[in-house]
Design a protein around this ligand. Sequence first.
Ligand code: THU
Length: 162
Amino acid sequence: MNKKQIKLDYTELESREELNREDSELLEKAEQAREKAYSPYSNFKVGAALILDNGKHFTGNNQENASFPVGLCAERVALFAAHAQYPESKIKTLVITASGSRQVLETPVSPCGSCRQVFTEFEHEQQEPMRIILASGRGKIFVFDNAENLLPLSFFSDQLKH
Ligand code: THU
């Protein structure tokens, strides 16, 4: 028996003031997108913003539906829009932020498993790290240097070659 451990590797920032200029601008764009979320069922607003290696920005917010499973998370709205328009470009950084309807979140939003699966596939495809920054209304910010750190041992298409 060989016991293994996987370390969760990220940087914790005390506040948004510690972000560099590019990341800080992305956070502002994510916050603007968050306010336009279509989330009448959960009342939970999420915004995402990303920058490609060609300098273009894309944003997204959560889009819900009366048929609940039909909705899509903010980060996938942004990622799919970017990938649809610039399939050859690499995603440098993705920022995600969220807020509840009644109170400001104190802890950074945590992307769902389906979104993490999308992050790792795009990162694998582009063969360069995709930085992921998780924020909330105020307080700490988590910076991940690559998507794999958010989903170790993830499923890739290589495993379909049987
Ligand atoms: N949601 C996101 O858009 N991104 C996340 O990272 C977490 C959850 C959305 C999905 C749904 O519209 C609402 O938040 C509540 O789950």
